[in-house]
Structures are given as structure tokens and as C-alpha cells.
Design a protein around this ligand. Structure first.
Ligand code: HEM
Length: 137
């Protein structure tokens, strides 16, 4: 428990989770580019479930259980502002995920693709600010 609550470890786990689901997203877009809409949808069910699990499981619960631990850690690294920037990308991306799933399932093509472009921009922001700029040691 002490180990899992180590903020640097939590940060590393989150980064690995973000990298893993990003690989899934790339796979789903590759399937789409090859015309396999069915596979795009299937992979994105997993992407949706895993992304929200990582978000709720780590970002939210950890901040509820031990918010001081995390903010002390980020402050000691001078990364409080970076977390805020990261959340500006990741939180809207998480909300958009529901609309992506819904519009994909309903085949609201134009809305789904338009939101998809916005989602991709937010996801790149989430990845860069989270995986590259937030400290994990
Ligand atoms: C990020 C960029 C994305 C683009 C450009 C994109 C594009 C598309 C396109 C073109 C279709 C086919 C729609 C049609 O022919 O009517 C589709 C279907 C679908 N998409 Fe996406 N999508 C993206 C992301 C996502 C995400 C993040 C999810 C889920 C969270 C998702 C879930 C689905 C589902 C469930 C379908 C229907 C699959 C089926 O009917 O078997 N997509 N998408």
C-alpha cells in the first residue's frame, strides 16, 4: 500500500497506462484507415473502458484519497502548473469520449469525425503534457 501510494510510482503507472491506450487508439485509427469500421469500433470499446478506468482509478481516486501527497510531490518538482495544463487537455478529452462512443455507435458520421478531430488534438495535448512533461521520479 505504501508502495502504491508513492506519488512517483502513481505517476509512472499513469504514464504507462496513457502510452498503452494511445497504442490502442493508433490501432483503431489504422483499422479505420483500412476500411475496417467494425474493428475500429471494437478496439475503441476497449480504449473507452480502459481510459476511463485509468482516469477514475488513478487520477481521481488518488487525488481523493491522498490529495496532499500528490500536490506536495508536484510542488516539490515545480510541476503544479503543468498538472493544471495537463488537466485542461485530459478532462475535456474524457468528457468527449462519451460523445465519441455515442456518435460512433449511432453512426452520426459527420459529428463523429468532427469531434474526432477535436478529440485527437486534446489527446495529443494529454499525451505530451502528461507523459513527457509531468515528473515521475
Ligand atoms: C479520434 C478520431 C476518430 C475518427 C476520425 C473516427 C472515425 C470514425 C468513422 C469514419 C466511423 C464510421 C462511421 C460511419 O461509417 O458511419 C467510425 C465508427 C465508429 N467509431 Fe470512430 N473515430 C474516431 C474515434 C473514436 C473513438 C475515440 C471512439 C470510442 C470511444 C469511436 C467509436 C466508434 C464506434 C463505436 C463506431 C461504430 C463501429 C461500428 O459500427 O461497428 N471512434 N469512427
Amino acid at each position: 500500500m505504501r508502495f502504491s501510494m508513492n506519488p512517483a510510482f502513481v505517476m509512472l503507472a499513469l504514464k504507462i497506462a496513457v502510452i498503452a491506450v494511445t497504442l490502442l487508439l493508433i490501432a483503431s485509427l489504422t483499422a479505420l484507415a483500412r476500411g475496417n469500421i467494425w474493428l475500429h469500433g471494437r478496439i475503441n470499446y476497449a480504449f473507452f473502458a480502459l481510459t476511463l478506468t485509468a482516469l477514475i482509478g488513478l487520477e481521481v481516486i488518488v487525488r481523493m484519497l491522498a490529495p496532499a501527497l500528490m500536490s506536495d510531490y508536484l510542488e516539490s518538482k515545480g510541476a503544479t502548473g503543468m498538472l493544471r495544463t495537463h488537466l485542461m487537455f485530459s478532462m475535456p478529452a474524457a468528457v468527449l469520449l462519451f460523445f465519441m462512443l455515442f456518435t460512433g455507435l449511432k453512426r452520426y458520421r459527420l459529428v463523429h469525425i468532427s469531434l474526432g478531430v477535436v478529440f485527437l488534438v486534446l489527446w495529443v495535448g494529454t499525451f505530451v503534457t502528461g507523459v513527457i512533461y509531468l515528473p515521475h521520479q
